[in-house]
Write a protein that binds this ligand. Structure first.
Ligand code: FE
Length: 198
């Protein structure tokens, strides 16, 4: 297996070891089964790879491992054909690290990296899977319906209950986040208020 994937798995495990909220959310598979993935590139991946403002002190090694593995990744197109704007599709980036379709197999969790550049609005969406976000680099405003928004920085986490609408806004900074799912892993997210997307 490509050393860049091996390094990413090592850094992912190291991050779990350091962040209790991640450990409480789920354990990582042990041992982990390696699976071939066919690389699939999207333009937004280049924004993440070349973003000079993904600042992180505590999680710089994890950030770098996520960037270094990016050319090998099967970048997802979760929102293609859903009414998402071209701007959204061109600037929102996500690939799976551990899970059903990932280089490291798991059937009970999914682990992703999500990136959005500065000045980006990820509209209200929801999914049956329970979810935790941990900011790896940069910062973003996390919105959970019914709660006050929170600005999260590297090491901070946000939990999203099953089917609870949530949204993400970046202003002056981009964000790179590590995202875990448990529960219903096969139902894709949907926009909560599709009528508001245009
Ligand atoms: Fe979500």
């Amino acid at each position: 297996m490509d050393l860049r994937w091996e390094t990413l798995l090592t850094e992912t495990r190291a991050t779990h070891a350091r962040v209790p909220a991640l450990q409480e959310f789920c354990a990582l598979p042990e041992p982990v089964v390696e699976q071939p993935v066919t690389p699939h590139h999207i333009p937004a991946a280049d924004l993440m790879i070349h973003d000079p403002n993904l600042h992180s002190n505590a999680f710089a090694d994890f950030r770098d491992a996520l960037i270094n593995a990016a050319p090998l990744a099967q970048w997802r197109e979760t929102y293609k054909g859903t009414g998402a704007s071209a701007d959204f599709l061109n600037r929102f980036a996500c690939y799976e690290i551990i899970g059903i379709d990932a280089p490291f197999g798991a059937t009970d969790i999914r682990a992703f990296v999500v990136y959005q550049p500065a000045g980006f609005h990820y509209p209200w969406h929801h999914h049956p899977a329970e979810e935790i976000y941990m900011v790896v680099a940069g910062e973003a405003e996390f919105h959970l319906e019914g709660e006050n928004p929170q600005t999260l920085r590297p090491g901070d986490t946000a939990f999203h209950p099953s089917n609870a609408p949530h949204a993400l806004i970046t202003r002056d900074h981009p964000v790179m986040a590590y995202v875990l799912w448990r529960g219903d892993l096969n139902t894709k997210p949907v926009f909560t208020y599709p009528e508001d997307l245009s």
